[in-house]
Each structure stands twice: as structure tokens, then as C-alpha cells.
Design a binder for this molecule. Structure first.
Ligand code: KG4
Ligand code: ZN
Length: 333
């Protein structure tokens, strides 16, 4: 683990320009400039718009991060950036900017896998998180169950065979005009609704730990199309039932994986982990099964650069870094 270093981290894999600074265990700054306003009218992220906005924003954001953290650029010891997966045009802005800074400062540069960032995020608030543990990673593009045997050894035991859970939220929200991004919009609309009103399918896959979400979205669209004109469904109940189907699917397979791997600690991350119904169900499960549950707070579940700093800090076992680019291990199947 890196000790006594100031780490400057960048994350631009999608539609958030994010910069964070950590000194030892202390998160000094966690800046996020969201592009929601730019993409909202399209109902989804437009890659070309996203990469341009990153390029326009990143220099000013770095200035304000350094000011807020009371850190001079010359004091930075290590620069880290997300190096994938994500939108290529977006990634390349943060990655090249970060690498140029490392080059100009003659400091080491670390490339960090975005999902390893999400997986490491709980450490910011819970430094006690230690392998072995099982993590449920639920972002806009990924739904993964990862067995962390040790830091740097990430075993993918389950994934989605089609859409991610985040996509199931986003695509239905776009279809219904509920808002962007879809997850928080559906959660808000469904708040207080009857989640048992519509019994949406909970799909099964041939691999016991894999997910499938594309059928759920289609079932919801067919449901709406089949509604008689004189019997409209309440928006609240519809959103609550749809959210419940996603959360139930996520939970039932994750629960099976926890029981079979017999881990005593469970964790998670990614934007969908900001969902309050999912967090509630995980808490109940952990309590009933006597497991330690260590989740990042909702703000650190969605994309941020603090997770890139902590992944860089935590996954390096030596302080003795050269000037060759280093790529941290990613998640393997
Ligand atoms: O990790 P993330 O911020 O970005 C990616 O790496 O994709 O995840 C974004 C996803 C989107 O699908 C968004 O709708 C979903 O996370 N999300 C939520 C909530 N907040 C964000 N889904 C459900 N409930 C939420 N409160
Ligand atoms: Zn993410």
C-alpha cells in the first residue's frame, strides 16, 4: 500500500468530470462536474457531447480541486486515472490529461480499471474492509458479482448476459419520459408506490450467478402497450413495481453467491448502489445472515475520482514506483 503520498486522481469514463486528491488516508477533495444538464434533453449520454464537455471542464476543475485542497501541483506524488472501461472519447480526455501532468511533474502514472475503482470505493469510509469478500457491482454498463480473494485478485463469478441493471433503469425511463438518469428518476417516482402492484418477471439464466435484464424492460413496455385506455396504471405503482423487480433479481442471485462462497463480508458499488431499496434489502439480508456489510455512501457509489485515488493507493504494494506507466489489475473471469 502506498504510504505518505499525495495522489491526484481523475475519472472521465462517462458523463462526470471528476478529480480527487488524497493525502494518506485523508480525502482532501472530491470534485464532480456533472453533465446531466447537457444530456438530459437527449434522454441519454451523447458520447461526442460528453468528450467535448470533459475537455472544456477539466483544466478549471483541476485548478479548483488544488485550491480547495490547499495543495500545490508540485506536491503531487502520484497521478492516477481511469483507463477503461467506458466511452472511448471521454476516457481519453481524462487519461491523457492525467498522463501529461505525470509526465510534466516527472511522477509515476497509474491506470485504474473503472470497476476496480467502484470495488475499492467502500475503503474511503470503511478502511477496515478486507478480503476475502464478495462485491455486487452495479453501474450503468456492468452488473457483476466479484469474489475478492485478495487485493489485486478479482474473480468475476457472475455477470449480465445482456443489459446491466443500470441500463434497465435508464432505458425504461427514457421510453416513459421519466427523466435522466433513469435510476434516480424511477426511484423518486416510485417512492411510496405499491411495489407489489405489477408482478414483473425475475429472469433466470443458465449460469447460476449470471443476470439478465433485457426481458424485464421489454415486459414493462408490453405491459404499458397492453393497458386498456380506460384503466391507466398509477405511475407511482408502475415505477415501484419495476424497481422492485430489478432489486429482487439483483438480491436473489447475489444472496445465492454469498451463501455458496460462504464469505463473511459483503460489499458493493456502482451507481445503482445509490438506490435506497437495494441498500435496504442488502442491510436486511446482512443482518439476517450475520454478515458484515460495507457499502460506499450513495455519493461515493456513483462515479467519482476518490475511488480512483483509493484504488491506486490500496492496490500498490510498494512505495517504490518508477516512471514507467503502471496498470493496476482488472477484474478477470
Ligand atoms: O457507476 P455509475 O455512476 O456510472 C457508470 O459507470 O455507468 O452508474 C450509473 C448508473 C445509471 O444507470 C443510473 O441510472 C444508476 O447508476 N443510478 C441509480 C441510482 N443512482 C444512479 N439507479 C437506481 N437508483 C439510484 N438511486
Ligand atoms: Zn461507474
Amino acid at each position: 500500500m502506498l504510504e505518505d503520498k499525495i495522489i491526484l486522481g481523475f475519472e472521465t469514463s462517462c458523463d462526470e468530470t471528476a478529480i480527487a486528491i488524497m493525502r494518506n488516508d485523508e480525502l482532501l477533495v472530491n470534485k464532480i462536474s456533472s453533465q446531466i444538464d447537457l444530456h438530459e434533453k437527449f434522454g441519454g449520454v451523447v458520447p461526442e457531447v460528453a468528450s467535448r464537455a470533459h475537455a472544456e471542464m477539466i483544466r478549471n476543475l483541476l485548478h479548483s480541486a488544488l485550491n480547495e485542497g490547499g495543495v500545490e501541483l508540485s506536491e503531487v506524488d502520484v497521478v492516477a486515472s481511469t483507463d477503461g472501461p467506458g466511452l472511448a472519447g471521454s476516457l481519453v480526455v481524462g487519461y491523457n490529461f492525467a498522463k501529461s501532468i505525470a509526465w510534466s511533474l516527472e511522477k509515476p502514472f497509474l491506470g485504474v480499471d473503472h470497476m476496480v475503482g467502484h470495488l475499492s470505493a467502500p475503503l474511503i469510509e470503511n478502511p477496515s474492509l478486507k478480503p476475502p469478500f464478495l462485491s455486487l457491482l452495479v453501474s450503468g454498463g456492468h452488473t457483476q458479482i466479484v469474489l475478492v480473494e485478495e487485493w489485486g485478485k478479482y474473480n468475476l463469478i457472475g455477470t449480465t448476459i445482456d443489459d446491466a441493471a443500470g441500463e434497465a433503469f435508464d432505458k425504461l425511463s427514457r421510453y416513459c419520459g421519466f427523466g435522466f438518469p433513469g435510476g434516480p428518476a424511477i426511484q423518486k417516482i416510485g417512492d411510496g408506490g405499491d411495489e407489489t402492484k405489477i408482478d414483473f418477471p425475475r429472469p433466470k439464466t443458465s449460469n447460476k450467478f449470471d443476470y439478465s435484464f433485457s426481458g424485464l424492460k421489454t415486459a414493462a413496455i408490453y405491459y404499458l402497450q397492453g393497458l386498456p385506455d380506460d384503466q391507466p396504471i398509477s405511475k407511482k405503482d408502475f415505477a415501484a413495481s419495476y424497481q422492485e423487480a430489478i432489486v429482487d433479481s439483483l438480491m436473489s442471485i447475489f444472496e445465492k453467491a454469498v451463501k455458496e462462497t460462504n464469505v463473511s463480508t459483503i460489499s458493493g458499488g456502482g451507481g445503482v448502489m445509490a438506490n435506497s431499496r437495494l441498500r435496504e434489502k442488502l442491510m436486511i439480508f446482512a443482518e439476517n445472515e450475520n454478515k458484515d456489510l460495507l457499502l460506499p455512501s450513495p455519493k461515493l457509489s456513483t462515479d467519482n475520482a476518490a475511488m480512483i485515488c483509493i484504488a491506486a493507493k490500496n492496490n500498490l504494494i510498494t512505495n517504490d514506483l518508477g516512471l514507467e506507466d503502471i496498470r493496476l489489475s482488472s477484474i478477470i473471469s
